[in-house]
Write a protein that binds this ligand. Sequence first.
Ligand code: MG
Length: 370
Amino acid sequence: MSKKLKITSIDIYKSDIELKEPFKIAIMEISASQSVFIKINTNEGLYGFGEANPFWGITGETQAINLAGAAELAKLLLHKNPLNIEKMMREIDGFLVHNSTLRSAFDMALYDLLGKTAELPLYALLGGEKRTFWTDNTIGIGDPDYVAQKAVQYKNQGFQAIKVKLGTTNEMDIKRIRKVREAIGDDLPIRVDANQGWNYKTAVEVLNALEPMGVEYCEQPIAYWDYENLRRIRQNTSIAIMADESLFDHYDAFKLASMGCCDYFNIKLAKSGGIHTALKINAIAEGAGIICMVGCMMETRLGLTAAAHIVSARFNIKFADLDGYLMLKEDPIIGGAQYNIGKIDLPDTPGHGADVDPAFLKRCECITIK
Ligand code: MG
């Protein structure tokens, strides 16, 4: 059927969902999940859904920027065949450089359409199998006693790994992890993320102090651009180093791998510009002996479902940090990945399998490009 599939219109929705509590990391603080949903409609009635959840301090995008950019990208795609993703993404990536979060929403909607056309769930479309897996749960920057209390709460709920945001002062960061380890005992791995908050010296000092505390890995200790010092930090600690903000696309992946900067990659669709490039990053990682995690911003279950399919489809992706939705006050998604505490189960419906509740969409501002 679908050789003649054509994009007839694209709906752009502004979605605002409050968080259960404000979420603070070293470089920014948010109190709401502000997404842009992209719905690509076709002449055959099939549609694809994608989500952009911009973190301005990381990608330089805001919801307003994404809304404006989405209208421009939508015009570019009208009347074209959505199934030729290689060509579509070349046009999208070439037309609007940077803006990786917005580009990922279009990519996600295109893969949703491809899966629906092929009548395959996304993990199968990518040649993978369905794997059930766990996400960790993240605690934002806070007072060490509060962080420790949250860690106990997550442990008691059944989470298998706790991620703690750091990147403040040496003294407070070390105190946070010491308190968390004392509070939860030795069973669970602790993952830490400094979100660029340290410099080379601070990073080495804090990581050396954390070495006996059972830290599984440290994400992005220093500024995203400082590859040379990231490599030096890795040489001076036994804690594994994971690149996050330093890693957007496959070009970054190649440089980080070539320079020996890190042990792990944190792939996020919001940074890679979507699934198409995420798979390239994972392939480079696999060739370099680097293990991947798939992480998130503060997406709803729609964006997280797309990310979960990638985890399921690739053996080299061994960690998942897909907890954004757990922090939202509202879940407007129908279908999609189901969360049992932190255990994630994917749907078998074609495409990514997540839809946005029409009642929720009615409350969202919408523009249609046709
Ligand atoms: Mg991170």
